[in-house]
Design a protein around this ligand. Structure first.
Ligand code: NAD
Length: 356
């Protein structure tokens, strides 16, 4: 065994930040992801101490060779197919989200000194959360009840890790945000967010703090624990409909996003799978919360720089254009119906057994 951390999904949102955090902490890192032109470009700019290994984790033999060659002391498993594209590619998504987790666990178990396994899970495991009828905030003990394939995949990946012979830590993430959101401002993401009830509860967290949590989880006294990763309770407990407009305004797009619909208070199944959470234990053991929500907005505005006044000018036009492309435009609907809207745009979101 070497003192090397293997990070999967290393070129994604969370992966990039995690690799940088580990390198800054002086850890040896092997970053693995799909060999794509975009990832090749990002690889050229990686910090010292980071090695790259390209692998498609849906290939069990590639996973076996990767883990056997590197003999890591810890694996941070982030690779996944996530919403909204997961609903379009459910077969592939299952292979990545569940199958690749099984291959990694099996390969890790074969090592003479097996590594610690840190799994990225999600609060999607808890399913729809109607803020009018749920009581309290999410804890690690709140029963899981996935409403979609994403939550279902995460429940199954967690079970694989829990029943393994490895030392493991599971991190269930809330809404991960970055102060450099430029590359995430895509029509699909706008459309997706526009389907979600504006009054759904979402605990956000800065990706740099998520990275700190993952890095800490490779060594912290947390083996066998499931920890909820969200930003501080005072500033990051937000409502869905407040998040994107505030981020957009910080970038200069003031009033540039259309307003969505609220959720139906009488339909418990008609809400998205996010909620506020209790981060007391995760913060105690991982000490990762550094960036408040207001700080994030200030940094986002600073990072936007000279684009801000330009975006401010186009905001009214942007709103008009985006308005016509929202899921509920012209439907006369009173309440948001996210699962139906997702089904119409990308495909049936429900887990296999529950499809009609
Ligand atoms: N972003 C969030 O708000 C959020 C919330 C809860 C949980 N999570 C979880 O955190 C983890 C990281 O999420 P993210 O936001 O960085 O996602 P992301 O989509 O930005 O990154 C995922 C990475 O996995 C890689 N990947 C996909 N298929 C692969 C394959 N077959 N082989 C190898 N690599 C493959 C992708 O290339 C990508 O770089 C995921 O497990 C996700 O489910 C994220």
């Amino acid at each position: 065994m070497t003192d090397t951390v293997l990070v999967t999904g290393a070129f994604g949102l969370v992966g990039s930040a995690t690799v940088h955090r580990l390198a800054a902490d002086g850890r040896r890192v092997v970053a693995t992801d799909l060999d794509t032109p975009g990832n090749q470009k990002a690889a050229a700019a990686l910090p010292v101490g980071v090695t790259v290994r390209w692998a498609d984790l849906t290939d069990p033999s590639a996973v076996g060779a990767l883990v056997a060659d590197i003999t890591p002391s810890a694996i941070i498993h982030l690779a996944a197919v996530i919403p909204p594209f997961i609903y379009q590619r459910r077969g592939l998504a299952e292979k990545v989200n569940v199958g690749a987790t099984a291959s990694l666990v099996a390969a890790a178990e074969k090592l003479p000194t097996p590594p610690r396994f840190v799994l990225a899970s999600s609060i999607a495991v808890y399913g729809s959360r109607n803020p009018h009828t749920v009581s309290g905030v999410l804890t690690a003990d709140t029963p899981v009840h996935p409403a979609d394939i994403y939550g279902d995949h995460k429940v199954r990946a967690e079970a694989l890790v829990r029943s393994s012979a490895l030392d493991w830590v599971i991190l269930r993430l809330g809404g991960v945000l970055t102060v450099n959101p430029g590359s995430y401002m895509k029509m699909d993401n706008f459309y997706f967010e526009g389907t979600l009830p504006t009054d759904g509860r979402l605990q956000t967290v800065d990706v740099r703090d998520v990275a700190r949590a993952f890095a800490a989880a490779t060594t912290a006294d947390a083996v066998g624990e499931t920890l909820l990763i969200g930003g501080d309770d005072h500033t990051h407990r937000l409502l869905q409909g407040d998040v994107a407009p505030a981020m957009a305004a910080a970038l200069g797009l003031v009033g540039g996003l259309p307003t969505g619909l609220k959720g139906d208070p009488h339909d418990d199944a008609g809400w998205f799978n996010t909620d506020w959470m209790d981060t007391t234990r995760s913060q105690e053991v991982l000490d990762f919360q550094r960036h408040s929500w207001p700080q994030m907005l200030i940094e986002t505005a600073a990072n936007a720089g000279i684009k801000r006044p330009l975006l401010r000018l186009v905001a009214p036009l942007a709103k008009q254009v985006l308005q016509r492309r929202t899921a509920y435009y012209g439907t006369g609907q009173r309440y948001a119906d996210p699962w139906q809207a997702i089904k119409a745009k990308w495909g049936d979101p429900r887990p296999d057994g529950s499809q009609a």
